[in-house]
Every structure is written in C-alpha cells, then in structure tokens.
Ligand binder design. Structure first.
Ligand SMILES: [Zn+2]
Length: 551
C-alpha cells in the first residue's frame, strides 16, 4: 500500500468519522456511500494480502558511516552493561565499538546519550496470522520492529501450498519490505506437492525437497510415527536444518519430550511433552472421563491439572529429566506468554494496548469461540485460573533449573492468539522469563544471542547477529530507559510513572530506534502506522454498519 495514499485515506476517513450518522447519510449520495464502502472493504477474507514494498523514507540508510553515540551497551552475550560507548556502523555491519563514547565524524549521528543499546531481539516462535484476524503481515512485522525484534523464526509464517514464507524471507533479506529478518520453518508434508509424509523414506525426500527450496527448518506438531520422525530428524541434521516441536497431546503417548530429544530433536516449544516425561508412577497422563481433545475448554482446562500428576521439582525424577535435556542439547522456547490469559483472562482481555494497536478483527478472533484456535476460555473460572497459576509454578521451576544447569532458553511469543498481539506479546514473554527466575541479564541473553544460536547452530554457523560485536550485522535496539531495571520500558506503549515533582503521570520508554541490517527505523513512526491500520479497520467497519443501517 502506498504510504501517502494510505495517509490521505486515514485523514479522509477520520473526517468522515467526526460527522454523525445522519449527517453522513446526507453527505453522501447512496451511490457514493456504496462506493466508499467498497473502497473501505477488505478483500474477500480468504487470502493473506501481499506485503507492500517498503516505501521511500520508511527506514533510513544503510549509511557508509553511522555513529550511535554515548549509549550504555548491553551486548547480549551476558556481559554486564558498559558505557558510554559509541558504535560505528559501516553499511550493514558493526565496524567499531568505541569505549568512552568518542565522537567521530559520520554520515549520520544518533545521539544516544543516556540511552541503552542492545542487539536486535530474536523471536523464536512467530506466525503471520491468518486472513480473518490480521490479513496484512505488515501489521505484525511493524509491531515486531517497534518492539526491537529484528529476527523472527516463523514456525511457520503460513501453512499450505501458498506459504509465503520464502518469498517474504527473500524480500526482507533484500530490505524491499519493512520486516525483521525472517527464518522459515515448515511442517512435515506441508507445501509439498507429493502427498503425505508417512514413511521414513518419504520423510527424507520431503526434507531434501524443503532444503532445496530454502527453508531453514522444521516445526513438528507430533503427528509422525517415531520411525518417520527419526528419519526426518536425521536427514535435517545432515542438511543443516533446524528442528523444533510442539509435542501435541495426540502423539505424546508415543513421543514425549524425552523421547523426541533422544531421537535428535533440537528444540521444544511450549510445555507440551515435558510433563508427560515427568509423570509420577504412570505411563500415561490421566484424563477425566469426559475429556475431549477437540473441545478446547476441556483440553486447556485439563492442561493445568497435568501438573498435579507429576512429582515435585527437586526430586530425582526432575533432576534426571533436566539432565537428559541438557545431554541431548535441547533448547527450550517456552512461550510462557501465550497461555498467560489462562491465569488471568480479565487482565489479558483489557491490556492497555488493545484499544489503539489490536485490530478489531484480531480482538474478535481472541474472544471465546468454539472454532477459533486458542479461544478456549468459554466458561473460565477462578478454579481454572488458580490451577493454571499452580501449573506455571512448576513450568517456571523446570525452565529455571534447566537454565541453571547450562541449558539454553530462548524467547518466543507465538503471537496472534489468546490476546497476545504481536510485539507486545514478545515483551510479555521477556517479563515472564524474568518471573520464571532468569535474571534481567539472562532474559536479554535469551532474547538475543541464545535465540540467534538456536537458529544458526543447526546450520553449523556462529550467528551473524544476536550480539554487539565488531564484524556482526548491525541489528540494534536503542531505548531511552534501562530495560535491566524494568522490562516494561520496552513496550511500545511505554511505562507509566508518577513524576513526584509535579504529581503527574508520565509515560517513559518505548524503543526509540530499531536498526535492522544498518537501516534505521523510527520505532514510534512504525507504531503510528499500526495505529492507523487499526483505525482504518474500525472506520471501515463503521462505514459498513452505517451503509447496512441506511439500506
Ligand atoms: Zn505457534
């Protein structure tokens, strides 16, 4: 979408909205109103829209020389903060780190005195959404960038034969779209024209096929028999593809997280498969007699009760399981945030960013529903919330203990479900990693170098991003406040603080600039674009409603 056209449409639509319904009716002839409705209507909600080319002026650079002057640096490796430093970027690379904050001439200078600079964040669990809730992937891409996320692993960005992942990945790599770096994972058999992947032989052929296409890895949902899974894992290992699994409950009796990591699975996302590996004195989880996997209220309410069926943290059983994960080099991307509504659905529904930044269609998708995945709180009670809070305690313990023993934890947000809107959801995950017991510095490490390594280790390469180091890609986040003191300053909506001099509320923080591949994005301008998208959708819906009333 052309940016100027879009801006004029927003202005025009805003002007319309200020008129009352009756005035609107007289303002437009019936025919003009009909055409306005057509202009405002989304394309038939069946397909994702194409991501628009990046317009001139959206992002500046890369520059021959860009100096970011005077910031405190948190380099992502786990090293303590230091400052002031000045960082010289040449093209898309970090050329020099000048301790002491030297001022040297450059084509562009960003004065970041008093601010903090970090490596761009990595979201290891991304999706694009679907046409009914967020038809334009640019919505999520901009929200990610606004929150400092410069790399996303899509697991997957889309599914089926029209999966746009590879096209978007290439366009993002060329910076012809405004988006984080995209790493494309796909699920067994998906996008393949040759039918099912049901045997080890088919599994290997499918892996070779996706490797040739340019995919970075595989996302499993636990639908494969163990022999086929083993073959796919073996073949992907040979070809340098990464693997991560959502070990769905249908397959968990045959393959839990212990078994999957033993077969060579690289990463476990969500909680699925862990607790089934820790069952206390039973081979299978116990389900209530009326349990129904397809009834999501039943399915997700039960999840929390699974925690009661495993022993306590600190027991021999836990110890042995955590050792097993570490010996098998597993990476955990827990995505705590995506289930956070389960412990407080009222809070999730009323998050302060929904009004301005969550698309109405997305808000509708989030509402309790029999058909929308994840909208499971049909009759969600305080009993359910307490059960989930108890479940989280064990899940947090497992994750922290795994980290303490040297295991790698990464930050993934799984946005677009359960009131978790892109970008905001990612910062929410950082807050929950903190709650699980990672220190603030460990949270940043999880969000940066750990995520980069989870993506690049299967390729056999040291990641080109994920830390601030001379020679690395210039993927950087600049934020005016100290995120180690308060992760909330990373939210696009900032952090609310009382000024004790004036007794008035102030909003501080919010990422100021996100730099991807040497291109400087004004995080606030991107957030404004998102607000416009949301407003446009609201106005369109109003116009449609009014035209229906007028008929
Ligand atoms: Zn997901």
């Amino acid at each position: 979408m052309d940016k100027q056209w879009f801006a004029s449409q927003v202005l025009h639509a805003r002007a319309m909205a200020t008129r009352r319904h009756s005035m609107l009716k007289s303002f437009f002839s019936a025919a003009a109103l009909a055409s306005a409705v057509i202009a405002f209507s989304a394309p038939a909600a069946a397909q994702m829209e194409r991501v628009p080319d990046r317009p001139a002026g959206e992002g500046e650079g890369p520059y021959d020389t860009l100096l970011i002057k005077g910031a405190t640096m948190i380099d992502g490796t786990g090293a303590p903060p230091e400052g002031p430093v000045s960082i010289l970027v040449e093209g898309n690379r970090i050329a020099r780190i000048l301790r002491g904050g030297a001022d040297i001439p450059a084509d562009r200078v960003i004065d970041a005195s008093g601010m903090y600079i970090l490596p761009g964040f990595v979201d290891t669990h991304g999706h694009n959404g679907d046409p009914s809730k967020a038809p334009q992937p640019s919505y999520g891409f901009k929200l990610w960038l606004t929150h400092g996320v410069t790399s996303v692993r899509g697991v997957g960005f889309g599914f089926g034969p029209d999966d746009p992942s590879l096209d978007q990945k290439r366009r993002s790599a060329a910076n012809t779209i405004t988006a984080p770096r995209l790493f494309a994972y796909t699920a067994p058999g998906d996008v393949w024209p040759n039918g099912a992947v049901g045997t080890p032989q088919q599994g290997r052929e499918w892996v070779r096929w996706i490797a040739n296409r340019g995919y970075d890895g595989i996302k499993f949902f636990n639908n494969e028999d163990p022999a086929t899974l083993a073959a796919i894992l073996d073949e992907s290992d040979k070809l340098g593809l990464g693997t991560v699994a959502h070990l769905g409950q249908r397959g968990v009796a045959e393959v839990n997280a212990r078994a999957a990591t033993e077969l060579g699975l690289d990463g476990v996302t969500h909680f699925y498969g862990h607790f089934e590996s820790l069952l206390d004195g039973a081979a299978l989880p116990q389900y209530p007699a009326d349990y129904n996997y397809l009834d999501e209220q039943s399915r997700f309410a039960w999840v929390a009760r699974l925690a009661d069926q495993v022993g306590d943290p600190g027991t021999e059983q836990w110890s042995a399981y955590i050792d097993h994960l570490i010996e098998n080099d597993a990476t955990l991307s827990p995505t705590f945030n995506i289930y956070s509504a389960s412990r407080d659905v009222m809070k999730a529904r009323n998050m302060e960013w929904h009004e301005k930044y969550t698309l109405p269609s997305l808000m509708q998708f989030y509402a309790p529903s029999l058909t929308n995945h994840g909208s499971y709180y049909h009759d969600w009670t305080s009993e359910d919330e307490v059960a989930w809070r108890n479940f989280y305690r064990k899940w947090f313990d497992l994750t922290r203990e795994f980290k303490d023993r040297g295991g790698r934890v990464t930050a993934g947000s799984d946005p677009g479900y359960i009131y978790q809107t892109w970008g905001f959801a990612y910062i929410g995950e950082l807050e929950m990693l903190r709650e699980a017991g990672l220190t603030p510095l460990e949270v940043i490490q999880a969000a940066t170098i750990n995520g980069a390594r989870e993506i690049y280790e299967p390729k056999g390469e040291e990641p080109p991003m994920g830390s601030i180091k001379e020679g690395k890609l210039a993927d950087l986040v600049i934020v005016p406040e100290n995120p180690l003191a308060n992760l909330k300053v990373l939210y696009g909506t900032g952090h609310t603080r009382l000024n004790r001099e004036t007794n008035t509320l102030e909003t501080v923080g919010g990422v100021r600039w996100t730099i991807k591949d040497g291109i400087v994005f004004d995080a606030r301008a991107l957030l404004k674009d998102v607000a416009d998208m949301v407003e446009m959708q609201k106005l369109r819906e109003n116009a449609i409603m009014q035209s229906q009333q007028a008929e």
